[in-house]
Design a protein around this ligand. Structure first.
Ligand SMILES: [Zn+2]
Length: 315
């Protein structure tokens, strides 16, 4: 059974430690490594470019470009990894048994409102973009920004620019108001790459039932995430607690709109028995005990593959 995972932060660790390799030369340093992706049968892994707010140059384009350079030099150079920029690239990964790598942005602060930068990043392979991390920037407020503002005028222009270029908009870290602004404006389906259900775990990073229904209605995707405090309020989360979020989103009509968004390498604590891609097998086994095999397959990869075939450029 194949796996698609729409969010990991391995690139941010590679950016922080220049000696680190994607093969995992420092045991325990990376959750997502080349070997673990291959062993787990991962068909596609999205690699987020996340720039820490503690960096002096976090408002610049430079660390974004350096992260993309690391993606090309340390990830795509490995023999069974393939860059996925199009539906055809994804088809080729399926046909050849390769692991696709999709480049996404977790925050567009460093683009400084310049659409030329968005076009350049698209040409470098970026195919999904979250406009904010938790803080606010020129495009929108993030989910932890207390004023809770929506999209700025510039942010709205970037929604249109992403739609036109073919960059999938990721609303996971957006404030609720920015979420609704984006949902109202985007002519293409939106995704929440790594968020769970607020009805089960009342964290602002999770989605309300109204938000979940809006993503379903627009034909988008929700990536179930393994961040323990987005799974259960006390953080002591098990795989069964992850299944409860899947159950809830299915009860709202989301069977064809669920995928995985692990947040591996972006977390320091884990859901029990879910600490690296090799352990997604445990999640799969638990899902098969609770859900049908076709539904399990759709959540693990089928929904995301169908979505990407429709929402990535054909060639
Ligand atoms: Zn995140």
């Amino acid at each position: 059974m194949r796996i698609v995972d729409f969010h990991c932060d391995a690139l941010s660790k590679l950016l922080r430690d220049e000696e680190l390799t994607f093969e995992g030369n420092k045991p325990g340093a990376l959750d997502v490594t080349y070997g673990k992706l291959r062993e787990s049968g991962t068909l596609l892994q999205a690699f987020a470019v996340y720039i820490s707010t503690s960096r002096a140059d976090e408002q610049q384009i430079d660390p974004i470009l350096e992260s993309i350079d690391l993606f090309y030099e340390k990830v795509l150079t490995l023999p069974d990894m393939r860059l996925v920029r199009s539906a055809a690239d994804l088809e080729a990964c399926i046909a050849d048994g390769k692991t696709g790598a999709l480049l996404s942005l977790e925050g567009i602060k460093g683009l400084q409102g310049r659409e030329s930068m968005l076009r350049i990043l698209y040409r470098l392979g970026v195919r999904a973009a979250g406009f904010t991390w938790n803080d606010a920037n020129w495009s929108a407020d993030g989910v932890m920004e207390p004023r809770g503002g929506g999209l700025t005028a510039k942010g709205a222009e970037f929604v249109r620019a992403c739609n036109e270029l073919g960059i999938i908009i990721d609303v996971s870290h957006m404030s609720e108001r920015a979420f609704w602004d984006t949902a109202g404006l985007s002519s293409k389906p939106i995704i929440a790459s790594h968020s769970n259900a607020q009805a089960l775990c009342a964290h602002p990073r999770n989605l309300t039932d109204l938000q979940i229904r809006a993503i379903i209605e627009c034909g988008g995707l929700i990536g179930i995430t393994y961040v323990p405090y987005f799974v259960r309020s006390d953080g002591g989360a098990t795989i069964d607690d992850v299944l409860a979020h899947i159950d809830h989103i299915c009860s709202l009509g989301g069977e064809n709109h669920l995928m995985l968004g692990s947040d591996f390498d972006g977390i320091e604590r884990y859901v029990e028995s879910l600490t690296h891609p090799g352990q997604v097998e445990m999640l799969r086994e638990a899902m098969l005990r609770r859900f049908s095999e076709p539904l399990t397959e759709r959540i693990l990869s089928g929904n995301a593959v169908a979505f990407l075939k429709n929402n990535l450029p054909a060639e």
